[in-house]
Design a binder for this molecule. Structure first.
Ligand code: PLP
Length: 354
């Protein structure tokens, strides 16, 4: 039986993507060679890279708007530093909404002064701060659109007077936004796009080249753009599989179509959390993430029964992060609504047993 996979990441990919990707590992496009043994400079792979980069801009509605898409390595964690290396001259403002924001702040602080425009640390990050001001004379403003661990999500973005940089690792391609409000968007592939190993960076070219520091080549967005995202050997399998997921998303009807489905899944999940007296949601209601629903079981004595029922129903990956405890149901793009129905059924069955 295929499991209902609620893992927070690396997470679920569409079945058809997995099939095509696995075929390519054996014989790519009837070339008699595996995708992972052909030259990244061959036409076959350059076409894949170019298609993936173009699909990103098309799906985000950023074609012809001065943006470039890059598939880099080192995870979103490398972007914490790379953003600062490329943009930080004197000071930057960061919105602190959780562990990932904190890590981004820590890395950028190695280079220069960082100012936290607001933080929700006072309440273990269970809400998104609002009503803060972004100083106009800073180099950039950084935020995390979806807080994977605590299950909060920015429902709207501030009108930033300076380039806005956003870590969208756990909700990229999940909802419609005006993506042109961002100067840089970055995301590790392994939630809504592909296998771990590549990181998507979408950068508006005209915000680059304004810092006085020397930037090592591998950290320099301009150099990556200049080399067509092939400054060094790219992670060919991760890029190819990401391209397949982007094609799948386009085939579904793009972000608008998947957003509708994501809303249905989230509504189903949160209505069970709210109506079932055995469970309690962790995040403030207005800031709840449509990707990661976090909740606790109020009666600890039912823990064992609940977990064995989950196992029986083929539900995996719902354990909460150690810093929050309880449970976390991650409902990324490729998770079918039937999986959410299966989880909700177990939760309501537990209520009838209790
Ligand atoms: N940012 C967010 C919001 C994440 O959820 C994660 C990982 O889960 C990261 C950054 C770190 O990504 P990576 O493991 O690709 O460095």
């Amino acid at each position: 039986m295929k499991k209902h996979n609620f893992s927070a990441g690396p997470s679920i990919l569409p079945q058809e993507v997995l099939l095509k990707a696995s075929e390519a590992v054996i014989d790519y496009n009837n070339t008699g060679l595996s995708l992972i043994e052909i030259s990244h400079r061959s036409k076959d792979f350059v076409d894949i890279m170019e298609k993936a980069r173009a699909l990103v801009l098309e799906l985000l509605g950023l074609e012809g708007k001065g943006y470039k898409a890059l598939f880099l390595q080192g995870g979103a964690s490398t972007q914490f530093l790379m953003v600062a290396m490329n943009l930080l001259e004197k000071r930057a403002g960061y919105l602190n909404t959780g562990a990932w924001s904190e890590k981004a702040i820590k890395e950028a602080q190695m280079l220069d002064d960082i100012y936290q425009v607001a933080s929700s640390k006072d309440a273990n990050f269970n809400y998104i701060p609002k009503g803060y001001t972004i100083p106009e004379d800073y180099d950039y403003f950084h935020c995390t659109s979806n807080n994977t661990i605590v299950g909060t999500q920015l429902k709207s973005f501030p009108n930033s007077p300076i380039p806005m940089v956003c870590d969208m690792s756990s909700d990229i391609f999940s909802r419609q936004l005006d993506f042109s409000q961002f100067g840089i968007i970055y995301a590790g592939a392994q939630k809504n796009m592909g296998p771990a190993g590549t990181t998507l960076v979408v950068v508006k070219e005209d915000i680059l080249g304004k810092v006085s520091r020397k930037i090592p080549s591998i950290m320099d967005y301009k150099k990556h753009i200049g080399s067509g995202s092939m400054l060094n050997t790219p992670p060919v399998f991760a890029v190819y599989t990401s391209m397949l997921t982007l094609e799948w998303l386009k085939g579904l009807g793009g972000i608008a179509a998947v957003e509708e489905e994501n809303e249905k899944k989230a509504r189903l999940m949160y209505s069970e959390i709210d109506l079932n007296p055995l469970f309690k949601g962790f995040a403030a209601k207005e800031d709840r993430s449509y990707m990661n629903a976090t909740f606790t079981l109020e009666n600890e004595n039912l823990k064992e029964t609940f977990e064995s029922m989950l196992k029986e129903a083929g539900i995996s990956g719902v354990n909460g992060h150690r810093s929050v405890g309880g449970y976390r149901a991650s409902m990324y793009n490729a998770l079918p609504i039937d999986s959410v129905k299966a989880l909700v059924e177990v939760m309501s069955e537990l209520e009838s047993k209790a």
